[in-house]
Design a protein around this ligand. Sequence first.
Ligand SMILES: Nc1ncnc2c1ncn2[C@@H]1O[C@H](COP(=O)(O)OP(=O)(O)OP(=O)(O)O)[C@@H](O)[C@H]1O
Ligand SMILES: [Mg+2]
Length: 318
Amino acid sequence: MLKLDNVSKVYRVGAFGGRTMTAVSDVSFEVNAGEVVSLIGESGSGKSTIGRMILRLTPVSRGAITLNDTDISAVSSTKDYYRHVQGVFQDPFSCFNPIFKADRVFAMIKEAYFPQVSAADWRGRVESALKSVRLDPGQVLGRYPHQLSGGQLQRMLIARAVLLDIRLLVADEIISMLDASTRIDVLNLLADLRARGLGILFVTHDLSLGNYVSDRTVVLRNGKIVEMGRTELVFGDPRHPYTRSLLASVPRLDVKWIDEPETEDGDAAGPCPYHDSPEESRTRPGLAEVEEDHFVACSGCADHPPQAEPRTLAKENA
Ligand SMILES: Nc1ncnc2c1ncn2[C@@H]1O[C@H](COP(=O)(O)OP(=O)(O)OP(=O)(O)O)[C@@H](O)[C@H]1O
Ligand SMILES: [Mg+2]
């Protein structure tokens, strides 16, 4: 369904935009129908940039993103695109205009996509979408964004996606604003959406959440994929030192922080998962398939010293 092929994003930075910064570098992965893929990585690793490119909020610098084999940059009607692809973000406040009531997002969908539906029928659909995200329509409809909590606004955005009957949802840190009980409701809702055949890209820096919700996992570091594959393989048998260090740094409930063992360094020298794999396993650029549906990048070994960090600011045309 959704496919990223060697996608890179280069931002212009600096006072006059004369320098560039590569936020995402040669990223390739797929999200299939009825599948949750989590995109995991530390702050600044390029997760939201990938989400924004998929949502056409920022253009791709190199490579291509296709939805059902159509290059998304070639889709002329954004209206048609957003009928199938929607996003829910870390900061839901930014998605609402503070001078309009929050439920205007639903009125806009009706105007754009369902003008023929009667007002009474539409109200029924909105109410059932709100109930499906555990919101009480009587409590949230008619309110302004500042009168609602971040978690309520986030769930309204998911309800909007439910109303549109989309094929792909980009969920960027959507759990961060929710309390524990609402969190589980939203996770269950994502499971329902997935069962209905939706593909979900679940962006998170929380490894345990990624493990809980996803079928496949993509681990990103400095804008590059270091490891990806079936979630139980990536979490159960991590091969890249960076993935190992991420997993080792998850606090355990049964251990006090002062007793925690030192975590492995993400660049630790050791066998290279890429170069120690047979040549024929290097089926994707920069990644070796170490077992079925489990891909790993070079750890920056002696054979293949890490290239200049993609974050490094480069002078344009230098
Ligand atoms: N519009 C922009 N112009 C220039 N640089 C940007 C822009 N947006 C993001 N960046 C930079 O790109 C890099 C990746 O940012 P991104 O927001 O994708 O990270 P992230 O993985 O989502 O991080 P977080 O977990 O903190 O949300 C960062 O170094 C960021 O400063
Ligand atoms: Mg982000």
